[in-house]
Design a protein around this ligand. Structure first.
Ligand code: AMP
Ligand code: MG
Length: 491
């Protein structure tokens, strides 16, 4: 079989609607070929969902595509332009090390961006080398796939391919390319870019594109652009509540890292919280705790305000009126967020109906966990299994008093105990990608070329709500004397 016919059989079915946007929004750019591609991890079930042939993609010919050496038929490689507020400061950004191959249309008619991350320099690279290293790309693969099985909207990872070329960071690292799959790569920062450097016509084209691609119902509304903002706010409120409920800390919630599709995007310095503490920050560059766990809802609202600001000319010709209309939408974020969060917390505690005191009941257990340095995931796991041994928290008088209130509360609903337990099981993951486990998997891969640790971790994480015996071992906390966990931006 020739390479050409192999490519044909891979199952690519590209559309390239992004190229229909004004030229301001992208630059046609090819990936830079690499020396010796080697596929190290591949997501066959995702390939199937996308209508791609796993076997062909894992062959030498497939690898050439996943490493950026060959362009599949129908693709139109491009780098997207965008701006963003990074730690509060506005900057021009763009895909500096990522290239969009096109939009794959799946057998069920869904549309997904296929993006190569780490595929070489683009016009937006600034001083960067356009490359990515193996550890962070594997990290994105593991955590994004873990988020997916936790039921949290996210971009996905199809493959990690090594380039066979060194990448220079603080030390020399193996280069790698991640194939990222996303509903789209439209960001808050794409609108900020349009508002800053585009005309109103270009801004409108972007808004119309976003509506068509993600929010067709908004297009049918009397004021489609306000309806668009409203829908984005709704989705973000739900997304961030889901992060909070599982203890996920994104780490770098800059506006360019907030996707308009409502998916979690850009797994740089992200990590899962272990000990419950709203001030938890893992990212080494987040010195002021801007993106701390407890700050995430507030930051999401701040980012959405930047989006609304960028969209102002679309709301009303009169700026004052436009601001008023935007504000009326933005203020809804916190109620919407709170509603989702409380509903999720009720489920975590096995509560079906609503009582005004529920919020206090939830806040109180969190406060007790904070005071006694309890592990967030394992506390809810223990409550779910009703196994309250081995943890200092459960012997404290505060907890015992709280438990009495909780039991009385559960007694005030019709659902039997067993149903309540099932609700808790489906709301409290038994396993999460614990930081020390993720690091262990990355170290085995990067230092010893051993991918079995990462693959086993991915396997164990697959059914987080099933409470399987194999998961037990993965619920263990890191050794108490291990130093404070630090994450670094995904370069
Ligand atoms: P991130 O922190 O991954 O969200 O990236 C922020 C910005 O820096 C984006 O515009 C990236 O494309 C760009 N960037 C990150 N790493 C590199 C790199 N190695 N080369 C070029 N641009 C990069
Ligand atoms: Mg980014």
């Amino acid at each position: 079989m020739t390479m050409e016919s192999t490519i044909m059989k891979t199952g690519w079915s590209f559309d390239n609607t992004y190229t229909g946007l004004p030229a301001l929004f992208y630059t046609a750019t090819n990936p830079t070929p690499v020396r010796s591609p080697k596929l190290v991890i591949f997501n066959s079930s995702l390939a199937n969902e996308l209508g791609l042939d796993s076997e062909v993609l894992q062959s030498n010919a497939g690898m050439e595509i996943l490493a950026g050496n060959k362009t599949p038929e129908g693709a139109f490689p491009l780098a997207q332009a965008y701006a963003g507020h990074q730690f509060g400061h506005f900057t021009m950004l763009g895909d500096g090390r990522a290239i969009l191959l096109g939009e794959q249309i799946t057998p069920s008619g869904k549309r997904f961006d296929i993006q190569l991350k780490g595929s070489g320099r683009t016009p937006y690279s600034r001083r960067g080398d356009g490359r990515a290293t193996l550890g962070p790309m594997l990290r994105e693969y593991i955590i994004s796939e873990a988020m997916q099985v936790l039921g949290i909207p996210t971009t996905r990872s199809l493959a990690v391919a090594m380039t066979g070329e060194p990448v220079y960071r603080e030390t020399e690292q193996p280069g790698a390319i991640l194939t990222r799959i996303a509903s789209s790569h439209l960001r808050v920062g794409t609108f900020e870019y349009a508002a800053k450097w585009g005309t109103k016509v270009e801004l409108k084209a972007l808004a119309d594109y976003t509506i068509k691609r993600h929010f067709p119902e908004a297009g049918a509304k009397g004021d489609p652009y306000l309806a668009l903002l409203k829908e984005i706010i709704k989705q973000q409120a739900e997304l961030i509540s889901r992060w909070q409920l599982v203890g996920f800390i994104h780490g770098v919630m800059n506006t360019d890292n907030m996707a308009l599709s409502g998916e979690t995007i850009d797994y740089g310095p992200c990590a899962f919280m272990d000990t419950y503490d709203p001030a938890t920050v893992f990212s080494s560059i987040d010195v002021h705790g801007r993106y701390a766990y407890g700050n995430q809802p507030h930051i999401a609202a701040w980012n959405l305000s930047r989006l609304a600001e960028a969209m102002l000319p679309l709301f009303h010709q009169d700026e004052e009126q436009a601001v008023k209309l935007a504000q009326d939408e933005i203020v809804d974020f916190s109620d919407r967020y709170q509603e989702h969060w409380l509903a999720g917390m009720r489920a975590k505690l096995g509560i079906f109906n609503q009582e005004p005191e529920d919020e206090n009941l939830v806040e109180d257990i969190l406060e007790i966990m904070h005071k006694h340095n309890a592990d967030y995931t394992n506390t809810f796991r223990a409550l779910t299994l009703d196994k309250l041994e081995n943890t200092a928290l459960f012997g404290t008088s505060e907890f015992i008093d709280w438990q009495t209130r909780w039991k009385l509360r559960l007694g005030r609903q019709q659902e039997p105990k067993e149903e309540s337990r099932q609700l808790m099981k489906s709301s409290n993951p038994s396993v999460i990608p614990r930081n020390h486990r993720v690091e262990e998997a990355l170290e085995a891969a990067v230092k010893h070329n051993d991918y079995s640790v990462a693959k086993r971790l991915l396997e164990v994480l697959k059914n987080p709500f099933e409470y399987t015996p194999e998961q037990e071992e993965y619920t263990a906390l890191p050794a108490p004397n291990s130093c404070k966990y630090r994450t670094f931006c995904g370069t």
